[in-house]
Ligand binder design. Structure first.
Ligand SMILES: [Zn+2]
Ligand SMILES: [Zn+2]
Length: 400
């Protein structure tokens, strides 16, 4: 591995920052303390900051030379509304809140890169260090764009990174094209007519209709969608009724749809609506159909991905970069940014969990698991990747 010496030397400070943020997790759009730490550190290192985009967002700006090109490096800062089971000293001090996705580490890695870039300045152009709130469902990336991110910080490309449990430390994984899925949620209410359970002929049973709709929806995946195109339709909640002897008035179906492609999503939504409507009509019932598109699919741009692969290879060696990783059905709001700017999002290996301190709980070290912890060994690796990415994207040329 070719890590940058001054970054290796700053590792213990980055670890302190990371663990401090881990101990004080803040939920989407409430990242006031974290945002304050980020802005304070950047300012300390002489980096001008823009604050307030997407409420708690922070952007550090490092300009060097007279180059016109600019690159954006993006980290996320928010935690999850879940209880941490670990009891080591840096475990969450906030009941019901936890950095279970490693955004504490993402923030620390980008800070490590920021400090090096501002002190060494081996590039010609502008580096935007983007610390965004509310990745976990809140669409903080989109909101930063709505608040003028790309107008106030015009950049030629943008890059993102997420730690990935199960991939070895010192490895990276990425793929051009679709890498993460679109995430969408639905709520469909079947409105029947309640009755005494012993007199079903006097009512319209919404439960029977809901069950038929639930089963028929799966035929969208197997019979309507092109089998080459991946998609998931999961019904995760069915609610109805309150007694053994009452046919209820209505039944509610709730769940999620994931796709890598917007055309497939359009088809699935339309078919779900038609099947629900006509099945209900066949039984004299009605439906309320709600379908919400949260995050679009994350599509890596080919040229920027090839570039990111070269940089990762220069840091950890070609044998430690998987440039054709299998996509995941998880979602990520960096996808919004990639709809407007060319760029690439990569996974950095977080290992299997052996790194966890004494006091970690017994579950797997997976994302969104109460026993997860970010692996501090990644701090210098991720920070080095960020620095090399910026330096190679904004090279200093011989003639000015
Ligand atoms: Zn997450
Ligand atoms: Zn995450």
């Amino acid at each position: 591995m070719k890590l940058i010496d001054p970054i290796i030397q700053s590792s213990s400070e980055l670890q302190q920052i990371r663990r401090d943020i881990h101990a004080h997790p803040e939920l989407s759009y409430e990242e006031h303390r974290t945002s304050e730490i980020v802005a304070k550190k950047l300012t300390e290192w002489g980096i001008p900051v823009l604050r307030g985009m997407s409420i708690t967002g922070v952007v550090g700006i490092i300009k060097n030379g007279d180059g016109k090109r600019a690159i954006g490096l993006r980290a996320d800062m928010d935690a999850l509304p879940m209880q941490e089971f670990n009891t080591f000293p840096h475990a969450s001090k906030h009941e019901g809140k936890m950095h279970a996705c490693g955004h504490d580490g993402h923030t620390a890695m980008l800070l490590g890169a920021a400090r090096y870039l501002s002190q060494h300045r081996n590039f010609d152009g502008t580096v935007y260090l983007i610390f965004q709130p509310a990745e976990e469902g809140g669409g903080g990336a989109k909101r930063m764009m709505e608040d003028g991110l790309f107008e106030r910080c015009p950049m030629d490309a943008i890059f993102g990174m997420h730690n990935w449990p199960g991939v070895a430390v010192g490895s990276f994984a990425v793929t051009p094209g679709p890498m993460m899925a679109s995430s969408n949620e639905f709520e469909v209410i079947v409105k029947g007519k309640g009755a005494h359970a012993a007199q079903p002929h006097k009512g319209i049973d919404p439960i029977m209709i809901a069950v038929q709709i639930a089963q028929s929806w799966q035929t969208i995946i197997t019979r309507n969608k092109n089998p080459i195109e991946p998609a998931v339709l999961s019904i995760t909640q069915i609610h109805s009724g309150s007694a053994t002897n009452v046919i209820p008035d209505d039944a509610t179906l709730i769940g999620t749809v994931r796709t890598f492609n917007v055309d497939a999503l359009d088809l699935i939504e339309q078919r779900m609506r038609d099947i629900a409507r006509y099945t209900a009509a066949a039984f004299d019932a009605q439906i309320d159909f709600h379908f919400k598109r949260n995050y679009p699919p994350l599509i890596n741009h080919a040229r920027e991905t090839a570039f990111a692969v070269e940089v990762m290879q220069s840091v950890v060696g070609a044998q430690n970069v998987n440039s054709r990783v299998e996509p995941t059905m998880g979602a990520e709001d960096f996808a919004f940014m990639l709809q407007q700017k060319p760029g690439c999002y990569v996974f950095i290996g977080n290992g299997e969990g052996e790194h966890r301190d004494v006091g970690h709980s017994f579950g797997p070290c997976n994302l969104h698991n109460p026993t997860y912890d970010f692996n501090d060994d990644l701090l210098p690796i991720g920070a080095t990747y960020w620095v090399r990415l910026a330096e190679r994207y904004l090279p200093i040329t011989a003639q000015r």
